[in-house]
Write a protein that binds this ligand. Structure first.
Ligand SMILES: [Zn+2]
Length: 166
């Protein structure tokens, strides 16, 4: 764990060569780069020694190395659940973006600017659509000649187009 405000007198977790365990240490001196502790004092045994990463940090670094070499036996670096959370955040962000795009495209537009949606009509990107069920929307993507993606207030929907009504 590298921190930017390391300074002599500050405390840091490190491996103690005397205790042979991870201990809290007080920083005596920083390395020349001013970012890495060089000499530390163990708060448990009061011994002075060069700074060493904690066993936990070394294990993590070794696991990371194994993982980056593609060793399948290495423990997974990312805990389960973290991915799901960031996915939820991404989804929320996308929904907010869509709501903003929908507002920009649709709100305040003239009634006559909207094309009533009918399955036999063809639509182009940015066409304004009035759907009897979903309300007002804007064409965001023409997926293929028979399918368009329309962004409505509650999100995008796939609609069929250019189908001959039978
Ligand atoms: Zn010690």
């Amino acid at each position: 764990m590298s921190s930017t405000n390391l300074k002599p007198g500050g405390e840091i977790d490190a491996y103690c060569t005397s205790c042979k365990a991870d201990r809290t240490h007080r920083i005596i001196a920083l390395d020349r780069d001013g970012k890495t502790p060089k000499k530390v004092e163990c708060l448990s045994c009061k011994g002075h020694h060069l700074f060493r990463l904690t066993q936990a940090q070394k294990d993590a670094a070794a696991a990371h190395k194994r993982a980056s070499r593609g060793d399948k036996s290495a423990p997974a670096a990312r805990p389960r659940g973290g991915g799901a959370k960031s996915h939820a955040v991404a989804t929320k962000k996308r929904e907010e973006d869509q709501a903003a795009s929908w507002e920009r495209a649709v709100v305040g537009k003239d009634y006559a600017a909207f094309k009533p949606y009918r399955i036999d009509l063809s639509f182009a990107k940015n066409d304004l659509v009035r759907h009897s069920k979903f309300g007002d929307g804007v064409v965001v993507t023409v997926l293929d000649p028979a399918k368009v993606e329309v962004l409505f207030r509650d999100g995008p929907r796939m609609l069929a187009q250019a189908r001959t009504a039978s």
